[in-house]
Design a protein around this ligand. Structure first.
Ligand code: F6P
Length: 481
């Protein structure tokens, strides 16, 4: 179709996620700088900037900072508008209760089968109700912003465990609004989910959406090929495996600055094999387990000690949550001990960085790596494994991958799959990967590369939005009846 003025019709897509693809850093009273946010969700959704088929996307979410003053809010809103982003302003107390508390201290560990934080189970139980209320309040704040920007015909795509109430809030505003919800984390088994005091409210709220990216056995709802029936309303439920914008990585490898980085890294680590971990510093990523397995490998293979290096990029995340602070010290302690044990006057076996790398440095690092280590204890998909594969068409390095990452389903045949809890097994996998002959590496890489370049973020976004478009909203059903 065509819009007035002859421009081709583009359907407007409102993407709503807790975190915007860019995070804001304050430079002055009314000046801001923006940098790309970390995480799998952003990695997948950045593709919408390129334009996915006939979609015109706008983003609604939190810019990661507290902006209490009007001048700052106005200036930030303006800066974000250039990136097609619309901010939701959350004050410190809401961030504390909703983001640090309910989202990342309760839902996140629970959805990854880690249970509640060990030491403060009782404290968490006590603060549960107020955090849950803050969660609902925050979801309502997101809904208010969506509602303000919604135009008839838009589709609204809500993301992740932060926004499980959003579909319900939106439908309360307007039953005709097309609403999809996609979960980027694993959905826990019903035995885990049912421990959550607010288990039913959350699921009923999510099932208000027209299309949902998982959830059957829970609440004993009847799952059919068409979806899940919830209080007389049918919600479509389906799995949509996520991917990356593989082209973006492949093209980056040809840029002069990336080639420059590659050369530097090759010189720096000449004569040594490079092993790489890239993770947000999160307990689900199994970083201590990975490092302990590397230690075991060094212990058992003295000949390798001066011939291999592990580079661990640990991107700081959720740093106000005590559990994450504990993890940081724990990892530092283990790395220090191992470097003390196996280091020499001139080299250390582990380079551990508490920071993120810019996109070009990251691509270079992926490209020079011999063995990538992904040891998540649970992970929705794990797009780092995809990014690594996309950058390895020359080198054909080996991917060691946790069987508990979603990616084990798609890259399992090309990777060496491991149980990250089994340090002996991971140490053996490291030895196998480092000794693997080029023929086998090529065969394995080929399988993974094909998958990563065909099951892309573009395809994922298009499929989800087109299925969402095909759902019939309840209001229309009613008029037909
Ligand atoms: O699903 C993973 C996720 O929660 C995403 O929403 C987000 O991209 C990523 O982790 C980063 O986490 P945070 O936004 O808390 O820094």
């Amino acid at each position: 179709g065509e819009r007035e003025g002859g421009r081709p019709f583009k359907q407007r897509l409102l993407v709503v996620a807790n975190r915007l693809p860019v995070s804001a850093i304050r430079k002055g009273e009314d000046s801001w700088s923006l940098e790309i946010s970390a995480g799998g969700l952003v990695s997948a959704l950045l593709v919408l900037y390129k334009g996915v088929k006939a979609l015109e996307a706008r983003w609604i979410g939190w810019a990661g900072v507290n902006v209490p003053d009007e001048i700052g809010q106005k200036a930030l809103t303006k800066a974000l508008a250039e990136k097609r982003c619309i901010p939701v302003f959350l004050d410190e107390e809401i961030v504390h209760q909703y983001y640090n508390g309910y989202c990342n201290n309760i839902l996140w560990p629970l959805f990854h089968y880690l249970g509640l934080p060990q030491e403060d189970r009782l404290a968490t139980t006590r603060s549960f109700q107020s955090q849950f209320e803050a969660y609902q309040k925050a979801n309502q704040m997101f809904a208010d912003v969506v509602n303000k920007h919604y135009e008839e015909g838009d589709v609204v795509w809500c993301h992740d465990y932060h926004l499980m109430f959003l579909p319900q809030c939106l439908k309360n505003y307007n039953r005709k609004m097309k609403v999809g919800w996609f979960l980027h984390t694993p959905f826990p088994s019903s035995e885990i989910h049912r421990t959550l005091p607010s288990r039913s409210e959350l699921l009923h709220a999510v099932l208000e959406a027209d299309l949902v990216g998982a959830c059957t056995r829970i609440l004993g709802l009847e799952g059919t090929p068409e979806g899940v029936e919830n209080q007389g309303k049918l919600t479509r439920v389906a799995a949509f495996p996520i991917g990356i914008d593989s082209e973006r990585f492949i093209r980056a490898l040809d840029l002069p600055q990336v080639k420059g980085h590659i050369k530097e890294l090759q010189e720096r680590f000449k004569g040594r094999k490079v092993m790489l971990g890239v993770d947000r510093l999160d307990m689900i990523k199994g970083i201590p387990q990975k490092i302990l397995a590397f230690e075991k490998f060094l212990e058992e293979n003295p000949d390798w000690r001066d011939k291999v290096v592990l580079l661990q990029i640990a991107v700081p995340t959720r740093t106000d949550v005590p559990e994450y602070q504990k993890l940081t010290s724990q990892v530092h302690e283990i790395v220090g001990r191992i470097n003390g044990r196996f280091g020499t006057l001139t080299t250390v076996p582990i380079h551990h960085l508490d920071r993120s790398l810019d996109f070009h440095a990251l691509c270079a690092l992926y490209a020079v790596t011999d063995v990538a280590l992904v040891t998540s204890l649970r992970d929705g998909m794990n797009l780092v494994s995809y990014e690594f594969v996309a950058c390895q068409d020359k080198k054909k390095g080996v991917l060691i991958l946790s069987e508990f990452a979603g990616a084990a389903q798609s890259l399992g045949a090309g990777a060496i799959l491991v149980n990250p809890w089994n340090i002996t097994e991971v140490a053996a996998a490291i030895a196998k990967a480092l000794n693997m002959q080029s023929e086998e590496r090529e065969k394995r890489h080929k399988h993974n590369f094909k998958h990563v370049t065909t099951h892309t973020a573009q395809e994922w976004a298009e499929t989800f939005v087109s299925e969402l478009n095909d759902t019939v909203v309840e209001a229309q059903l009613r008029t037909k009846q």
